[in-house]
Design a protein around this ligand. Structure first.
Ligand code: KG4
Ligand code: ZN
Length: 340
């Protein structure tokens, strides 16, 4: 027990206030998530000011609950970790201020964690044997990154989106067809009833950058399709439409991922982020990896969307590498992966 490293982690970068206690990077003792989704649904998306205020109300309760459920006190905790970027600045600041106050008062080290590093590290929790190097596709509401995880804490970004993130495209298309926010899970469900080959939507290639993504053209062609149908007063099958859209997103993601696996000789490939819980993406990636002799990893859905357990997992490896943040740690809304 003496050598165990217990991290209390806090995540508040978007619309989830979350705290977790993680032992030795891979064992989750508690994982508390207070979601604001119901609140933002009213407005069709996340309202930053409301998110910050709600985080303020929730953060201490969520931390208390995480400690209680883990059956530990602050004395047992080795270090306090917190997401400090990227994300909504006001939302991030709440977590950062809380983590600093707790760490300072308890005399514990503070570790600032990159949100995407957290998403990637979610894969360590249920896959105890997974170790770098591996390739990882991070697909969330704010990010679409293809990453070479060369080592713990060592990331090379191979490609990213030039415009909309994959999850953002899901959310915008869902809104256009009247499914509401957040759109990803709703499209995932409705697409199961549709034909993914009903409509041929474009698969964008980014000139000069084989691993980059672009989803705004796809989103526009879905919106154009809907407008044309409405102008001609023609009905369209919503399930077919969202299934075809989802198929186009998944196709591009899988093609890029497998291309990277071949070029970089990845023997292992993982997915992460909210969109990684998409059932079509999971089965297509799983099949493509199997066909190419690559071992495929993915977190459970609850560890794909924003949570603090993933921040605790990432923080463990930062802690082991000697990373400590100072008391002037600040929220960095556009923090780049690999930057300290
Ligand atoms: O990782 P996450 O919770 O937050 C960010 O860091 O952005 O991801 C949220 C995103 C939203 O865009 C949501 O629509 C999408 O993940 N998402 C999904 C699914 N579940 C969540 N997209 C497609 N299929 C899903 N099952
Ligand atoms: Zn996220």
């Amino acid at each position: 027990m003496e050598d165990d490293v217990l991290i209390l982690a806090i995540e508040s970068s978007c619309d989830e206030t979350a705290a977790a206690v993680v032992k030795n990077g891979r064992i989750v003792l508690s994982n508390i998530i207070s979601s604001q989704i119901a609140l933002h649904t009213l407005y069709g998306g996340v309202v930053p000011e409301i998110a910050s205020r709600k985080h303020m109300e929730q953060v201490i309760q969520v931390v208390d609950e995480a400690l209680k459920e883990a059956k530990v006190t602050l004395d047992d905790i080795t270090a306090i970790a917190v997401t400090y970027g990227p994300g909504l600045v006001g939302a991030l600041l709440v977590g950062v201020a809380a983590a600093k106050a707790i760490a300072f008062a308890a005399g514990k080290p503070l570790i600032g964690v990159h949100h995407i590093e957290g998403h990637i590290s979610a894969n360590y929790i249920e896959n105890k044997e997974l170790e770098p190097p591996f390739g990882c596709l991070v697909v969330s509401g704010g990010h679409t990154h293809l990453v070479n995880v060369a080592d713990y804490g060592k990331y090379e970004i191979l490609g990213k989106t030039r415009d909309d993130a994959a999850g953002e495209a899901f959310d915008k298309v869902a809104r256009a067809v009247g499914l509401g926010y957040p759109g990803g899970p709703k499209i995932d469900k409705l697409a199961k009833e549709g034909n993914p080959d009903a409509i041929e939507f474009p698969r964008a290639k980014v000139a000069g950058s084989e691993y980059d993504f672009s989803f705004s053209g796809l989103k526009s062609s879905v919106l154009n399709y809907i407008n044309k149908c409405e102008m001609k007063k023609e009905a369209f099958d919503r399930a077919d439409l969202v299934a075809s859209f989802q198929n186009a997103v998944v196709d591009v993601l899988v093609t890029h991922a497998i291309h990277a696996c071949r070029e970089y000789n990845f023997e292992k490939f993982a997915i992460a982020g909210g969109v990684a819980s998409n059932s079509a993406l999971r089965s297509a990636m799983s099949k493509a990896c199997e066909d190419n002799g690559i071992k495929f990893y993915h977190p459970s859905p609850i560890l794909c969307t924003d949570n603090a357990a993933m921040i605790g997992a990432a923080a463990y490896y930062e802690y082991k590498a000697g990373v400590r943040s100072s008391w002037d740690l600040n929220a960095v809304p556009n923090l780049k992966l690999g930057e300290k």
